[in-house]
Design a protein around this ligand. Sequence first.
Ligand code: TYM
Length: 332
Amino acid sequence: METNDTRRRVFSGVQPTGNVHLGNYLGAFRNWVALQERYETIYCIVDLHGMTVPYDPDDYRRVRLETAKVLLAIGVDPDRSLFYLQSQVPQHAELAWILGTITPTGALNRMTQYKDKLASGAPANLGLYSYPVLMAADILLFRAELVPVGEDQKQHLELTRDLAERFNHRFGETFPVPDPLIPETAARVMSLTDPTSKMSKSDPSEKSRILLLDSDEAILKKVKAAVTDSEPTVRYDTEAKPGISNLLEIMAACTGRSIDDLVAEYHDAGYGRFKEAVAEAIIETIAPIRTAYRRLDDREVARILAKGALDARSRAEALQAEVRAATGIDAF
Ligand code: TYM
């Protein structure tokens, strides 16, 4: 990892809640990998965030490591990116507390992800409520300027921008105001079983999502079973044909072809043939991830994470000192 870097700084995070899926990959992780070429990149497995919904501690240990392995398999490169577990860097939680003191609760009450989680049965707790404040702390702790995320994180990013401005105004210029980086296609990959809601790790139906570690057969089966409509032409219309439009977006993102180009080729092909082509495009995109995942050694991954945490802590300490001084809680 380079130090004294003057390139623009990128930060992003993922919750280690298992079931890493095609939406995560196309919406965010693919960008994470590409950005390593041009920017200074910091990628964090946000295991404090993951604790805000009920979980099993032993299972969590396994899933945290699995998430790290998936990201390494995708191409997150610990020699080029700072890569670590959030829980191992206590400065995240301290900054979240400080930002919490300038966060209006009205802003948190408006967070749609919080409301969605409660509606789907998650218990209302303080951690879940203040989740977006911890997310702001993650980003600001490293003074990141760019944040590659899927569309669903836009509102959280707006709060982060607002908190950076509030802090600067109240305590002096400290943080840059970060910009979200959202891809043009597949910024919101939809569920295969209900194409009006997003593909999600927590959907009870396995068939709703393609996992990055799914076998070729499972991918083909899930795409073939994807909910569509009864009018048999392939065209892009998110209102009338959300299922087909979702598959078109996925295929465009996997092949790099435009949606118009795909519609021209598959308009009259029939859903059966179109779905086979979509499945093939997905398999070509994610099969190499599965292969790379199998080659990874758990102990080596643990070593990479330990080294990342050490580096992240020493970098976070510098900002921690500045923030403590600015807010009047430095040591005498
Ligand atoms: P998480 O773990 O839910 O998702 C990780 C990334 O995947 C994107 N994503 C999607 N993109 C397109 N279509 C979908 N169906 C889809 N589902 C998920 C998410 O937008 C995200 O980019 N709050 C964050 C984690 C976080 C974070 C941060 C992100 C904590 N601190 C700081 C950026 C910066 C989250 O829940 O991601």
